[in-house]
Each structure stands twice: as structure tokens, then as C-alpha cells.
Design a binder for this molecule. Structure first.
Ligand SMILES: Cc1ncc(C[n+]2csc(CCOP(=O)(O)OP(=O)(O)O)c2C)c(N)n1
Length: 953
């Protein structure tokens, strides 16, 4: 906008300036800098001055009644901001809510008075499309009303950025996205709607009573998606990533992703088997597949204008959990936008993918994951250059009506807090719907921000086709019963406009129906037999890959990690610690600690060409101030990331602090892994407990995505875990939950105890990229710096990850023959056991650690046990209560392993509803009691342990 000066306070500009002033008074930030500084020293014209304005305006030149100009300006502003409240958005014809400010009387002006004002009062001086085509304010306002209050509602009043506001206004008032379709273009749209409608009707008739979650009522979503995808293709965008729920999915599969009808019909004929059923047959009950309306698919589309431009359309599979696919799609889209094959941070090209999310009108305001995902859209670690959201708003959530479903007027209102523009559009106005899609695409191109289209339609049937909606919405369904489909509405419109005859429109339907009949009667055998390639279960990480790194390499990498750029002013204390603890790999400094081993694992992987992405709350520094992957110059605050600057790196490294979210960021990283299979992606919980805020992401995607959808992910979850007297939270990462979810080698679950083990585990995860599985690691807190958890350089330069660690002391002293009891344990409690006095007094007990819990390393455990010829019993000791931790998981496996030839006992806390107690003193006494009971010499029975533990309390 041009700068405001006094010289602009002349006749035609006055309305505009006064409007700006009104805005300034309501919210000084809503006008730009020049206007703000002008208004700070300006007083408005006196009301009733009839042409006389305040000191800054030359009164004689204005020549208009200031009251009327102010009234007109306010009226204009009301139409622009609240016109959507009078728009006819509901195809079923319900009255729009309206708004009192949308009448001239409210602003004290009459139509006649508007007739006397020039049309130029509605815009900035010399700008705006409407003044160019109108003469009086009244004509201009009629135009505004036609545009803002018809079948499209422009909901932009919440956008504060002035450049965006002006762009949006100009785009609306110029109507540059609104094309009145003629000839072939109009027929093509009708054809598209005919396909959508005919397919639903065909499925309805042919597969009576089967669920398909028909799109009928919001049919336009299909042509809108095609328009968006083709626009992206025209721009040379190689991939569009789509996320949507069940509603309309079959139609999108057929008509956006070109899934052949024969395949869709074939699945209806075998209702109990999804696409993966054949894989399930091959591997017993392992690969369970999913229902047809959840499956993902990838297909290609051509551009609209550039017919040789191809785009991959990637529809993510989704669970029934509405909206939870959203962050996954964002992660997939981000991964597709980044190149990672060079050192430094990844390079992002926001044109390289287009994310599109389809939402439900009940789910969008209702499910928290929507807000968490929207919050990602401007964050450097998560932005995807703008997602286009379409709410397929059928005005019902199952049987629940709007008033019970949300506290806002519109289903889309959540988006307003994120400054995302919203268009509401009547789904029965096909050309307006396409205009909304063009608008959204152009906005994304211009501002690289999200955009929401609220596609207001209805639902022809019940929630699914077997439901009777008239039980709960009798009057609504009475209207729907007689309401023509959008195909019929548009066909009639084209008939009236003389573009198509009634017979032609009928023929179109007949032709498509005949085509579907033909495919149904003679299915394409080849397609019917085609199977998805699935990665069948195997035994990953039991055959552990070689992961040692030579001393020479590690020394060089370590040196590079400690280099700082010229002129960088590090925090002195931190730098001293770094140099002291990490300076010498082989020094007397006490060994390599956890975070140091992690940095070395990362550096060596980067040298191997493996890109790394590490995110989580405060992950750059690390919850326990252990990592410091990003250093800050104490004078400039500027960041320096050593892993982005080591000269050996052949791939990108990035670490981002995440927003305070679990489910969305976990989903995002899972999605990222799907489209960046070569990358080691790690998500870290602040404390492991908090991961359960993202439980649906774990249940529905991370552990089951492969079984349901053949979707492989190598996501690493770092979950701080360990009982250190901090109370019910901050103690347990709920190890038991991951073990309960483990089956058919769907995940790897580790609870390792040394820095070297962690080093090898991370490297192994990258090495196993052909057999990707999510890796869940219980990571330490106090063990981060515990002498028993640090490792010698040699442990990194030799050997590999050990699923089971034998008792080193017993082995070194050659005392295996005297061992009668083995304590099996996993994780941090090991250090408490071996550091205890009880251990020193007990020569007959060895302490063995299981470092990989899943897949359970049966052979390794057996080999260790076999090394103790005089073994009398096994005890399992853990710090988690009996109903938690690994006990219930390992017990049956151990019993099977020893074939009931040895007694197996549990020693530890009894079952409890809460993972840990609040008193640190109680915690200490209780742990001491468990340790005493674990070694020989203590009274040996479960009751005795219980008594000990109780006495501790
Ligand atoms: C997280 C979650 N909670 C509950 C459900 C059960 N459910 C399935 S569909 C539905 C209503 C969805 O309404 P809306 O978002 O308007 O989408 P529509 O089905 O009307 O297209 C509900 C509650 C679910 N699938 N997911």
C-alpha cells in the first residue's frame, strides 16, 4: 500500500482513509506502519461536518457528507468481513445466519445516498477492480454483495498481515479465479460429476447394503482434488500427498488416483479381504490387511495445461481414527521436499510436494490432533509450504448435529487462530467450488501458507449405507430425499445455458453406467490377480550387523566435532566441559558417555552417507542438558551445529526443537520416514511417559502400519526411562506397552545400558535399512553420565550390538561354575544391582542383562544360560511394578526356553496402578530392599520379597 499523506484526504479517497482509521482504532496492528504513524497524530473529521473534516483534510475539496461516507465505509467493511454470514452456503436451503451490519440502515445510509457517492470510496486510491467497473458507491456495493453474499463465503477478517489482506481482497473482487465454464470445459465438469455420481449409485445397487461411505452430497470434492493436483503438475511439482478419512475415499481412489473399477468392484465381491489379504494368506495370521476404505495408493496424473507434466499422487493409508493421518501426510510431504545428500542442513523446496488434507466437519473442530497439526505449519522444522485443507462438510457427524459438536459457528473456525484464510462454498455450485480450489492453490503459491475450503454439502445416506438417518434427523432427510444430486443440478444449469441438451446429459450417465456394468461382468483378470509387494516378517536385529568404526575414523570425527568456526564465541562453561569430557577418546576422562557416543554414531553415519533428522521437545540441547547438538554464540546468539559442519559428512543432519506436542510430531516423523527411507529419523520424548499422549500414533501407525498397509518405517523413538525417585511421571516410558504391541517382528524394542551399546544400536538401525522396523529405545537419565554406563573407545572400534550381556565380572574371574542363580534384568536397574553390597557378598549369583527385548533374543539368552553348568534358578528383577516393565513379556518366553527345568521367580515391586510413588525416600528404601532380595543370602521366596518391599515402605 502507498504511504498515507494528508494529500490523500480528498473526496474520493476519504471513505477509504476513514475505513482505515476505524480499523486502526480497533486494532493499531491491523494497519500498516505508514498508516499507523499517520493516525497517531491525526484526528478524524467532526461528524455532521458535511464536508468539513478534521484539521488534516482540506474541507472544501471533499464535498461529501462525512457521516454518509463513514457509514458507507463501515457498510462496505461489513460486507467484506461478514458477507459470508449472508451467503447461501447450505445446498439444503437453510437460512444463513445473516448479520445486522449487512444492511445500509445499520450504518445510517440509504441506497439513495449511496447513489450520490462515487464507487472509488470502496478502495485504496486508484486501486481495486470494482471501482473500475462501477460508477457509484451503490453499484459498487451491489457488486460486493453479489460477490460476498452468494454461494461463496470469504472468511478472511482474521488475517492480520496487510499484504495478505490486500491480495485476498483483490483476488475476491477481481473474481479472477471464478471462471464461468463454457463448451467443452463445462461438459468435462459435468462428465466428472456424472462419473462420481454414477459410481456411487452403481455400488449402491450392485453391492446392496455394503459400506462404502459414499461421497454423495459433497461430490465436488473429486473435481476439486483433480484441479489442485493438476495445477501442481503444471507447476512441475512432482508429488501430491493426500490424507483423507473413509468418506468418499472409494470415489477419490477411482477418479483422482485412477484405481481401476475392476479392482474396486473385485474388493466388494470379496468383502472380507482387503488388498493385502493374499499376503495374509502367505504368512498365517501375521499380515492382517485393512478394510478397503482405509487403503492407500499411489497413482500418476497429468497436468491440466501441461499434458506432459506428470505428478505422483500419494494417498496415505489411514486408520479409522479420524484426522490422525494429518501429521503423517505433513511429514511425508516435508520429506518429499528435502534433499539430504549433502552435508549441512537438508535443502527444502516447498514446490516439490503439495499436501492436501480432507477433513470431516465434526472431526475438524473435535479432534485435538487437528490443532496440533495446524500449529506445525509455520515452524521451520515442520513447514510444508502450505497445506490445502478441504472440509467435506455434510453438516452431520454420524448422528450428531452441529450444536452438539462444536462451540463455533463454522466447522472451520479453528483455522482462524492460525491466520489461515477460509472459504466456505456451497457444494451444489460446482463452478464456485472450482473457483475456491483455484483460489486456494494460488494463495499457497503466493504466501506458502495453509488454506481451508469448507465445502458445505450434505450426506445423502446415513453415516454408512446401512444406517437409517431418518431415526435421528427426520426433517433434514425429508429435504435430502427430494434434493437432486449436484450432477442433476449442474446438468440442468448447462441445459438452461444451452451448453448441453437433456438427452446428452442422460446419455452421459448411460454410457458411464454401461462401462461400469461391462467391467463388473468381465473383470480384468490381470488386475484382479495383482498383489501388493509386501515385506514379510523376518528376524531383524537378531542377526546383528557389523557396526564397529575404526579408531582412526572416530578420532578424526571427534576432532571435527570439537572444531568451532572462526570468530565463534562459545559458552565457556559448556566448551570447557566438552573439551574435558570429549577431548580425548582414549583419555583418563572416564570413558565415552551416552551423548558422546550418540554424537560419534551420528558423525560416523553422516560419513557413511546416512542423513539424520532428530526432533523432540528441547532435543537440540537434550532434556538432561546432555546433547548440545546446537551451540549458541554467547554474543550473537547465532547457532552452530557441529554435525552439519564436519568435513567428513556426506549427508545432511538436522535437529529441531519440536513444539509441545506428542501426537502430531510423532506422526510427522513417522510420515517423514515413509518418504525418506534412507534417513535415520529419530523422535525423542521429553520423558518417555509423555509418548502416551501420542498413543494412537503408536497403535494405529507405528506398530501396525506394516501389517495393515505394507508401510515400512525405520523411525527411532528415544524414550527416557528409569526409576529415580521422581514420582509417578518422569519414571516409566511404559516399556510394557511396546512389548505388548510387539508381534511378528513389527518393531525392535531395546533397553540398553551402555554408551557403546547405544552407539552400535543406532548404527545397526541405519544398516538394516532394507528391513526397516521402528526402533523403540528406553533411553537413560542418570545413566547418561553414570560411570557404569560409559564405554571405552575399544567398545566402539570393535564388536557390535549385543542383544544379551553376560556377567563380565563373573566371566573375567572364571567363576561361572560357582553360579547357582542368575539374575536376569534389563535397563538401569542393572547398575543398582551390580553396585550393591549384596552383590559383593554373593559369589553364587551372576547378573545378566537383556538389552534387546524384542525380537526376543532367545538364542543369545540360551547361550548365556548354557554357560553356567550349575545353575539352580533364574530370577527376573525389575524396577517397574510387576504388572509393568518386561516381566509379563519375558516370563512365558523364559519358561519356554528353560523348558520348566529351572525355577523362574520374579523379584520386584508388586502390581500397582501407578508406575511409581511420589516419595524419593520411599523409592530408595524400596529399591534397596529389592536389591537385597535379589542376591543369595536373602530369604528366598516371593512372600519374603513382598515383605521386604512392604517393610521398605
Ligand atoms: C478418533 C475417532 N473417534 C471416533 C470415531 C467414530 N466415528 C466415525 S465417523 C464419525 C463421525 C465423523 O463425522 P465427520 O467428521 O463429520 O465426517 P463424516 O463421516 O460425516 O464425513 C465418528 C464419530 C472415529 N472414527 N475416530
Amino acid at each position: 500500500m502507498k504511504n498515507i499523506t494528508e494529500s490523500q484526504f480528498y473526496g474520493p479517497n476519504l471513505g477509504y482513509v476513514l475505513e482505515l482509521y476505524e480499523r486502526y482504532r480497533e486494532d493499531p496492528d491491523s494497519v500498516d506502519d505508514s498508516a499507523r504513524s499517520f493516525f497517531e497524530n491525526w484526528s478524524p473529521p467532526e461528524p455532521g461536518a458535511n464536508g468539513r473534516t478534521g484539521t488534516a483534510v482540506a474541507p472544501s475539496d471533499v464535498g461529501m457528507d462525512v457521516d454518509k461516507v463513514i457509514g458507507a465505509a463501515k457498510y462496505i467493511r461489513s460486507i467484506r468481513d461478514f458477507g459470508h454470514r449472508a451467503a447461501q452456503l447450505d445446498p439444503l436451503g437453510s437460512e444463513p445466519p445473516g448479520d445486522p451490519t449487512l444492511s445500509p440502515g445499520f450504518h445510517d445510509v440509504t441506497e439513495e445516498e449511496l447513489e450520490t457517492l462515487p464507487s472509488s470510496i470502496i478502495n485504496a486510491p486508484g486501486t481495486g477492480p470494482i471501482p473500475r467497473r462501477t460508477r457509484t458507491a451503490r453499484e459498487a456495493i451491489d457488486e460486493l454483495r453479489r460477490i460476498y453474499c452468494k454461494t461463496t463465503g470469504y472468511d478472511f477478517g482474521h488475517i492480520h498481515d496487510s499484504s495478505e489482506r490486500f491480495w485476498l481482497r483483490d483476488a475476491v473482487e477481481s473474481e479472477r479465479f471464478h471462471k464461468v465454464l463454457e463448451g467443452e470445459d463445462a461438459k468435462n465438469l459435468l462428465n466428472s460429476l456424472t462419473r462420481v455420481d454414477t459410481m456411487e449409485k452403481f455400488l449402491h445397487k450392485t453391492f446392496l447394503g455394503q459400506k462404502r461411505f459414499s461421497v454423495e452430497g459433497t461430490d465436488m470434492v473429486v473435481p476439486m482434488l483433480n484441479l489442485l493436483v493438476r495445477s501442481a503438475a503444471d507447476k512441475g511439482t512432482p508429488e501430491a500427498v493426500l490424507g483423507m478419512a473413509h468418506r468418499g475415499r472409494l470415489n477419490v481412489l477411482a477418479h483422482v488416483l485412477d484405481k481401476p473399477y475392476s479392482k474396486i468392484f473385485g474388493e466388494f465381491q470379496q468383502p472380507d479381504s482387503g488388498e493385502n489379504a493374499s499376503a495374509a494368506d502367505r504368512s498365517g495370521d501375521a499380515w492382517v490387511g485393512d478394510v478397503k476404505y482405509h487403503l492407500g495408493i499411489r497413482g500418476f496424473q497429468l497436468g491440466a495445461d501441461e499434458a506432459d507434466q506428470e505428478i505422483l499422487v500419494n494417498l496415505a493409508p489411514n486408520p479409522s481414527h479420524l484426522e490422525h493421518v494429518n501429521p503423517v501426510v505433513e511429514g511425508m510431504a516435508r520429506a518429499a521436499q528435502e534433499t539430504r545428500d549433502e552435508a549441512g542442513p537438508p535443502e527444502q523446496d516447498e514446490e516439490a510436494s503439495l499436501p492436501i488434507l480432507i477433513h470431516g466437519d465434526a472431526a475438524f473442530p473435535g479432534e485435538g490432533v487437528v490443532a496440533e497439526t495446524l500449529n506445525l505449519y509455520q515452524l521451520p522444522g515442520y513447514r510444508t509450504g502450505g497445506t490445502i485443507h478441504i472440509i467435506t462438510n455434510n453438516q452431520l457427524g454420524f448422528t450428531t448435529e452441529r450444536d452438539d459438536a462444536r462451540s463455533t459457528l463454522y466447522a472451520s473456525d479453528l483455522a482462524k487462530g492460525y491466520e489461515i484464510p477460509v472459504i466456505h462454498v456451497n457444494a451444489d455450485d460446482p463452478e464456485a467450488c472450482l473457483a475456491a480450489a483455484r483460489f486456494a492453490y494460488a494463495y499457497r503459491e503466493e504466501f506458502r501458507k495453509d488454506f481451508v475450503i469448507d465445502l458445505v454439502g450434505y450426506r445423502r445416506f446415513g453415516h454408512n449405507e446401512g444406517d437409517e438417518p431418518a431415526y435421528t434427523q427426520p426433517s433434514m432427510y425429508e429435504v435430502i430425499r427430494d434434493h437432486p444430486s449436484v450432477r442433476e443440478v449442474y446438468a440442468r444449469d448447462l441445459e438452461e445455458r444451452g451448453i448441453i441438451s437433456e438427452d446428452e446429459a442422460k446419455e452421459m450417465v448411460e454410457e458411464i453406467r454401461a462401462q461400469m456394468d461391462e467391467v463388473h461382468k468381465n473383470p480384468d483378470e490381470e488386475i484382479a490377480e495383482e498383489e501388493l509387494a509386501t515385506d514379510e516378517p523376518h528376524t531383524p536385529l537378531v542377526e546383528v550387523p557389523e557396526t564397529a568404526v575404526s579408531e582412526e575414523r572416530l578420532t578424526e570425527l571427534n576432532k571435527a566435532l570439537l572444531e568451532r568456526p572462526e570468530g565463534f564465541n562459545p559458552n565457556e562453561k559448556l566448551e570447557r566441559l566438552f573439551q574435558k569430557n570429549r577431548g580425548e577418546l582414549n583419555g583418563d576422562g572416564g570413558g565415552i558417555d551416552w551423548a558422546h557416543a550418540e554424537a560419534l554414531a551420528f558423525a560416523s553415519l553422516l560419513e557413511d552417507g546416512v542423513p539424520i533428522r532428530l526432533t523432540g521437545q528441547d532435543t537440540e540441547r537434550g532434556t538432561f542438558s546432555q546433547r548440545h547438538s546446537v551451540l549458541h554464540d554467547v554474543e550473537t546468539g547465532e547457532a552452530y551445529v557441529p554435525l552439519q559442519n564436519i568435513p567428513q559428512a556426506k549427508a545432511s543432519f538436522v535437529s529441531h526443537n519440536s513444539p509441545l506436542s506428542e501426537i502430531a510430531v510423532m506422526g510427522f516423523e513417522y510420515g517423514y520416514t515413509l518418504n525418506a527411507q534412507e534417513t535415520l529419523v529419530l523422535w525423542e520424548a521429553q520423558y518417555g511417559d509423555f509418548a502416551n499422549v501420542g498413543q494412537p500414533m503408536i497403535d494405529q501407525f507405528i506398530v501396525s502400519g506394516q501389517a495393515k498397509w505394507s508401510q515400512t518405517s525405520g523411525l527411532v523413538m528415544l524414550l527416557p526411562h528409569g526409576y529415580e525417585g521422581q514420582g509417578p511421571e518422569h519414571s516409566s516410558a511404559r516399556l510394557e506397552r511396546y512389548l505388548q504391541l510387539a508381534a511378528h517382528e513389527n518393531v525392535r524394542v531395546a533397553n540398553c545400558t551402555t554408551a557403546a551399546q547405544y552407539f552400535h544400536l543406532l548404527r545397526a538401525q541405519a544398516a538394516l535399512k532394507d528391513h526397516q522396523r521402528p526402533l523403540i529405545i528406553m533411553t537413560p537419565k542418570s545413566l547418561l553420565r553414570h560411570p557404569l554406563a560409559t564405554s571405552k573407545l575399544q567398545e566402539l572400534t570393535e564388536g557390535k550390538f549385543m542383544p544379551v550381556l553376560d556377567d563380565e565380572a563373573v566371566r573375567a574371574e572364571g567363576r561361572a561354575e560357582s553360579v547357582e542363580r542368575i539374575i536376569l534384568c534389563s535397563g538401569k536397574f542393572y547398575t543398582e544391582l551390580v553396585a550393591s553390597e549384596a552383590r559383593e557378598e554373593d559369589d553364587a549369583t551372576a547378573v545378566v542383562r537383556i538389552e534387546l527385548l524384542y525380537p526376543f533374543p532367545e538364542e543369545d539368552v540360551k547361550a548365556v544360560l548354557d554357560g553356567y553348568p550349575n545353575l539352580q534358578e533364574i530370577v527376573w528383577v525389575q524396577e517397574e511394578p510387576q504388572n509393568m516393565g518386561a516381566w509379563t513379556f519375558v516370563e512365558p518366553r523364559l519358561r519356554q526356553l528353560v523348558d520348566d527345568k529351572l525355577p523362574i521367580r520374579y523379584i520386584g515391586k508388586p502390581a500397582r496402578p501407578s508406575p511409581a510413588q511420589g516419595s524419593a525416600a520411599f523409592h530408595k528404601r524400596e529399591h534397596a530392599a529389592i536389591v537385597r532380595s535379589a542376591f543369595k543370602g536373602a530369604e528366598e521366596s516371593e512372600e519374603a520379597t513382598e515383605r521386604e518391599v512392604e517393610r521398605a515402605g
